[in-house]
Design a protein. Structure first.
Ligand code: G6P
Length: 612
């Protein structure tokens, strides 16, 4: 979703901001822009629809757009179409102040009306432009940019991460946040502002994560963080602990493929250091809970969106099966508005790769308002969700750039499965089971690698379904959410309509769609409900459906009704999703690639949805 990059230092801001914006392309956007204060002290603004490359086309050569102070933005349209006029930065009437904004100004209509009555002229349909005029309005009175920004923000309702420059103060960037991430990067005699550290990591690993209602003013020499009431804030400098290579594609054609192939390592990172072989259990210290607190959990509500919601659903199956604790899984957007019932003894877990999804964050806050303990399962260290929860577990998947989540999903599932075992062992689960689980889990990374060896075979299958208009994914039990995830992957990046269903439920509707053209992708692994799903597939076959089966290695019987079979290694039931999803990720990837689509940045989607 929208991204912010700002630079202030001795170098030319333009190429640094442009490069930073390119690093944020993965988040999803539909227009981009940049403002600099040039060596003459003039504010220069460039904006374009489409991609950064389109913005570069309309810009003068970097040496002709030289300035030490610059801010840039990638916009994912919310209010107003992705046009040049709606792209950021927005400027005040006097052409002095430029603002980039992430988030939504909820009371913009009211503010806009007032400003228009004061003579301000608006040129866009956005909510964000109101900030440029409002800051301009206070700047005229105060002639102090920091004060003007604070006064303006006091009137604003909604969420924001903003960066502001003013041609009267060429050596100053003012930035602020509320509900939308913003980070100060500290270099050698230079500073960066960004909404996502990926944009600046090639320049510095020293960062300060701003908190809500904080305002930072940055000059070439120094920075100061204050809150909206002018109290000075003592901020903590953090060190980013990942490498630039994690945001490079390397030899892979797409980030998504790279991330699928990283899963043997990312899954291992999710459980490394968390296995207790002595007691045949699991340790999750970040939850900050005592054994008694664990044992007193009567109910769990897991809240998430998108792919994280699917991992949450697997978490439900695992926790209910191993710990016999009832688990409810909610869409964050539904939870936050439905006056949820949270019975005593409940804990809430929010699952979010980015840790910034607006609905999940709002649901977390709603749960905490009701006095419930909320735990987070996130990937991004220092993210809003990580900071606002009572405790949590990082999945350590490394940066995920492809919009379609893959390695974050398997890492989330790993952590939720660990939680299931931990809770189970606190209650009635036998040590022999714990031991078996730990042994099986340790073999998962190698088993994923074995599945990845089928990459070319899966591409050939993808070639046979690439022109389909619909696809049906079927699974049962632990693999029902995997079917949902497989269908989501396909629709997200290939734009083929796909649905996931619990296999038996197919009879109650989707069976009407089955014909020789629609691929049915079925997960039919050797487990307790194997026979049941085989019967469901017989029903598909009887209607001339073409079946692609994910089966347990050595199971020849599925050949009879399958057009193609993708074999995966055997494991215990609760760990099956970590294996069965991998061929589905590859299948979706290859279909999209064979259709020559933009796999890493599918249309209309955003990596991190920071608006409702
Ligand atoms: C967006 C992304 C999905 C992701 C979902 C939830 O829709 O495109 O890949 O699953 O947000 O994101 P989160 O960061 O909260 O897991």
């Amino acid at each position: 979703m929208c991204g912010i990059v700002g630079y202030l230092g001795k170098r030319n801001a333009t190429p640094i901001v442009i490069e930073g914006l390119k690093r944020l392309e993965y988040r999803g956007y539909d227009s981009a822009g940049l403002a600099i204060i040039d060596t003459e002290g003039d504010l220069k603004v460039f904006r374009e629809e489409g991609k950064i490359i389109d913005l570069e086309r309309i810009m003068p050569a970097p040496e002709k757009s030289f300035g030490n102070t610059g801010i840039g933005h990638t916009r994912w349209a919310t209010h107003g179409e992705p046009t040049v006029a709606n792209a950021h930065p927005h400027i005040c009437c006097r052409n002095q102040i430029a603002v980039v904004h992430n988030g939504i100004i909820e009371n913009y209509k009211l503010l806009k009306k007032k400003l228009i009555s004061e003579g301000h002229i608006f040129v866009s349909d956005t909510d964000s432009e109101v900030l440029a005029h409002l800051i301009g309005y206070f700047y005229e009175a105060e002639h102090d940019l920091v004060t003007a920004v604070k006064e303006a923000l006091k009137l604003v309702e909604g969420t924001y991460g903003i960066a502001v420059i003013c041609s009267d103060n060429p050596d100053l960037i003012v930035a602020a946040r509320k509900g939308s991430p913003l980070i100060l990067g500290i270099g050698n005699d230079e500073f960066f502002i960004t909404s996502d550290v990926s944009a600046i990591i090639i320049h510095t690993k020293k960062v300060i994560y701003l908190h809500d209602d904080e305002v930072v003013s940055v000059t070439k020499e120094n920075f100061e963080i204050t809150n909206i009431d002018n109290e000075v804030v003592k901020a903590k400098i953090s060190e980013i602990d990942w490498e630039v290579s994690s945001i490079e594609k390397g030899d892979f054609k797409h980030f998504m493929l790279k991330e699928i192939f990283e899963q043997p390592t990312s899954v291992e990172n999710a459980f490394r250091g968390r296995l207790d072989h002595k007691l045949s259990t699991v340790k999750l210290g970040g939850l900050n809970m005592t054994p008694d607190e664990f044992r007193n959990i009567e109910k769990i509500q897991i809240i998430a969106c998108g792919t994280s919601w699917h991992s949450a659903l697997i978490g439900k199956y695992v926790i209910e099966s191993l710990a016999r604790i009832s688990v409810e899984v909610e869409y964050a957007s539904e939870f936050r508005y439905k006056n949820p019932i949270i019975p005593p003894g409940t804990i809430v877990i929010v699952v979010s790769q980015s840790g910034e999804t607006a609905d999940t964050l709002a649901a977390l806050r709603e749960a905490r308002t009701r006095g419930v303990k909320v735990f987070g399962i996130t990937n991004v260290i220092g993210s809003s969700i990580a900071r606002e929860t009572d405790g949590g577990v990082y999945i350590h998947a490394g940066t995920e750039i492809g919009v379609a989540s893959t390695k974050a999903f398997t890492s989330q599932v790993t952590v939720l499965t660990l939680l299931g075992v931990l809770l189970g062992r606190m209650k009635h689960l036998a040590p022999t089971y714990g031991k078996k689980f730990l042994e099986e889990l340790k073999m998962i990374p190698n088993k994923i690698s074995e599945i990845l060896e089928n990459n070319h075979y899966i591409r050939n299958i993808a070639d046979t379904i690439k022109s389909s208009t619909n696809a049906l994914y079927l699974g049962r039990g632990f693999n029902y959410p995997v079917a949902l995830e497989g269908a989501l992957k396909l629709k997200e990046i290939s734009y083929i309509h796909a649905e996931g269903y619990p296999a038996a439920e197919m009879k109650h509707g989707p069976i009407a769609l089955i014909d020789k053209n629609m691929p049915v992708i079925a997960i039919a692994l050797k487990d307790e409900i194997y026979d049941k799903i085989i019967s469901n597939l017989a029903e598909v076959k009887a209607r001339n459906g073409r079946i692609i089966t994910i089966a347990t290695r050595g199971d020849d019987s599925v050949q009879d009704f399958s057009e193609n079979v993708i074999y995966i290694p055997e494991t215990i039931d609760v760990l099956q999703p970590l294996l069965s999803v991998v061929p589905l990720q590859l299948l979706a990837y290859h279909v999209a690639d064979l259709r020559e689509l933009n796999v890493d940045q599918p249309r209309n989607l955003a990596k991190s949805v920071t608006v409702e």
